[in-house]
Design a protein around this ligand. Structure first.
Ligand code: PLP
Length: 444
């Protein structure tokens, strides 16, 4: 439907370039205008209420309208709205949050560097890996391995590690240093009769083959999301991370856990790395770190990652990197308060307690005549639909019908993905799946 002249929808279409839409089609319609939020709900400009089944973009852990966060932001704005951490300066909120993250980390970590988005953080990790390899006198050790369907952001290096064609096409990506190994999609790609363990072994053997083909001395790091989310929610099969880590250790390849979505409770433990026994050298955090109330991300690195970097900066006389907004005082103050809320209200425990109902309702809907299967852990999941003639058409139809029924989720291909705020109650989980069931019936 075309937007009414001068409406906010029409002005949106006239003035903004939006991600993940057909830009030409969007010029006629504009977007759905979301005006306010409260708990697990958001409201559009006609007053219609939606359950935010994706927590915004997999991120609003504490729900919408959390006054403690707006109060802290206002207080910090009044006290010191901005300062930087360049050239020997620092400030309290960034120090407190860095200390807290090092103490929360599931494996020994040594230093934190703040950034503003997941993409920026992953991009910088690539730079740090390269700087570190140079520092170690291994200038040829620069290749980075990601996975098909992995998602690490859209900046030039992060977008290159991402394994989704739509993020590469016509952008001249990926960079020549990047490689991709297989996506651990057990349900979709297991061989007939192959057990989860055997499948995991095969994934690890493929990774080893790739490292050997490239030459282990040329491979710096492997990036992986503990649970792959934006590619369509792929939960690792049994033994997967153990097998992958054994290969990485064998060839001295760093492991970067991209916890941008899994971090802070999504999988039922504080970090996805704990759920799957991952021992990363570097962790990338964002989204639920501040519940996305303000842009914030963080890179956590262990001592053996950090130390050569520090030595190189001593040799060069400076560490030649820094973002204006790194450790922004308002964003880090909000992040700190957000983590306090997650801990005080035991939102990780809430995730564990709501998860059985969440997964049971997902499993039930997969038995719908349009359902093909489901994947999930904690409070993140996907309902896989039987494909229509055009791939992705079934998923898109369900997302549209869900919207009509007052539910916002995300269709990725023919998977309909859910990742609600961690504050969700059983009643709200049921309301979310009731809406999804009505939407399925509507398009059947
Ligand atoms: N890494 C992961 C695992 C993500 O899911 C995302 C975003 O969805 C990113 C990185 C990129 O984060 P941003 O959109 O903040 O750049």
């Amino acid at each position: 439907m075309s937007a009414l002249p001068n409406s906010i929808e029409a002005r949106d279409a006239a003035y903004q370039l939006h991600p993940l839409v057909d830009l030409k089609a969007y010029e006629k319609t504009g977007g759905l205008v979301i005006e306010r939020g409260e708990g697990v709900y958001v409201f559009d400009n006609s007053g219609k209420r939606y359950i935010e089944g994706l927590a915004g973009l997999w991120s609003v852990a504490v729900g919408f309208g959390e006054k403690r966060l707006s109060d802290v932001a206002k207080a910090q704005m009044d006290k010191l709205p901005y300062y930087h951490i360049f050239s020997g300066k620092t400030h309290g909120p960034s120090v407190e949050l860095a200390e807290k993250l090092v103490h929360m980390a599931p494996v020994p970590m040594s230093k934190v560097h703040f950034t503003s988005s997941g993409s920026e953080a992953n991009d910088l990790v690539v730079k740090l890996c390269w700087y570190r390899s140079n520092a170690l006198g291994k200038p040829e050790k620069k290749k980075i391995i990601g996975r098909q369907k992995g998602y690490h952001g859209v900046t030039i290096a992060a977008g290159s590690i991402t394994g989704l064609p739509r993020n590469h096409q016509s952008f001249d990506l990926p960079l020549p240093q990047m490689r991709h190994t297989l996506c651990p999609d057990y349900a979709g790609t297991a061989l007939p009769g192959e057990s989860e363990r055997d499948f995991s072994g095969r994934m690890a053997a493929e990774l080893e083959k790739l490292i050997l083909e490239e030459g282990p001395d040329t491979v710096a790091a492997f990036f992986g999301e503990p649970v792959m989310a934006s590619g369509g929610v792929f939960v690792p099969p049994e033994g997967y991370w153990q097998e992958i880590q054994a290969v990485l250790r064998k060839y001295d390849v760093l492991l970067v856990a991209d916890e941008v979505i899994c971090g802070f409770g999504r999988t039922g433990q504080m970090f996805g790395s704990q759920t799957y026994g991952i021992e990363p050298d570097v962790m990338v955090l964002s989204k639920q770190l501040s519940s996305s109330y303000l842009p914030l991300s963080a890179i956590l690195m262990n001592e053996s990652f950090y130390e050569p970097i520090a030595r190189e900066s001593e040799r060069l006389g400076t560490f030649g990197h820094g973002f204006t907004a790194s450790g922004h005082p308002v964003a880090t103050a909000v992040g700190l308060e957000n983590l306090k809320i997650i801990e005080e209200r035991d939102l990780v425990g809430n995730c564990r307690e709501r998860s059985p109902l969440f997964l049971r309702r997902l499993a039930e809907l997969s038995q719908h005549p349009l359902g093909k299967g489901f994947r999930g852990v904690g409070l993140i999941g996907a309902l896989e639909l039987k494909p229509r003639e055009t791939p992705g058409a079934a998923g898109a139809a369900l997302a549209e019908a869900a919207l009509e029924e007052g539910l916002i989720g995300r269709s990725i291909g023919d998977a309909f993905c859910l990742c609600p705020p961690l504050i969700i109650t059983d009643e709200e989980v049921n309301a979310m799946f009731d809406a999804l069931a009505r939407a399925l019936d509507k398009i059947a």
